[in-house]
Design a protein around this ligand. Sequence first.
Ligand code: ATP
Length: 312
Amino acid sequence: MTGVTVRVPAKLNLQLAVGPPRADGYHDLVTVFHAVSLFDEITAEPAGRDGVTVTGEGADRVPANRDNLALRAVAALRKAVTGAAGLGGVHITIAKRIPVAAGLAGGSADAAATLLACNELWGSGVSQARLLEIAARVGSDVAFALLGGTAVGRGRGERLTPALAPATQYQWVLAFADGHLSTPEVYAALDRLRAAEGAGGAGVPAEPDLDAALMSALRSGDARMVGRTLSNDLQPAALSLFPALRKTLASGLELGALGALVSGSGPTCVFLAASADRALDLAVSMSGAGVCRSVARVTGPVPGAAVLPRPR
Ligand code: ATP
């Protein structure tokens, strides 16, 4: 038996609304996830014992032990199918193209891909609905990486509802930063900023609201309206920790982007372009402007994690 390879997309958050900190330290969210055409590939193969190898973009920043989210996914699926015979060890090889700690949920994507690959490798026949439940236990963005497309996430982002929208493909430019941001540190910075504003969280709605204007823009497939309604509550916190991103965002807007925002907890910046040609122009100009480490052109929405055909 050879291995199973799964391709899995990065995510953007077109809206990320963050409630006040809960008693357990987490924050309730309302977010609009959007899967884009920047993919990691993971291969699962039978092995004497569980292990992981990471190659590609940022591999040296990814733990090659049980802390790797892919191995947590192996453990979670194995636990869920206990009783099934012949579940041996598995070796996961991750080929990364999604930058690490960049606000694109690469680790969650790898975990989602691993769930799908092991389900196939072991022939466990776990349904998509059950895989989504297991995914939600592994991490808050993991379920969306299985689902893909555009979807509203609530709770910690794991309670998903696919967004009904026409088949519009949006053209995005991603500006990768020369540096990283830790998600917990960005949330802590947001709490500090809100406290300093005097609200101490009191002015922040306990249940953040889905942005009706963004949902209406997505339903109409109007890129200009989508560009105007992108929003991210974490952006001021990310900018406070990584001030150079202000220049990156301003530069993309000056160069004609329809909208710009920090992706998730950052530091990747995201720009919406009016067409594929405009996206190419924007990507070329941004890389020439020296306001980021590198750029990528991607489209969205794309489907979630998918098993690749085996090479003949
Ligand atoms: P978040 O999903 O919290 O927004 P992010 O997209 O900013 O995070 P990730 O690339 O998912 O960032 O990495 C977050 C951290 O998770 C990294 O610091 C890394 O050490 C750890 N990690 C564990 N497993 C993986 C993995 N398979 N790929 C990438 N990072 C991983």
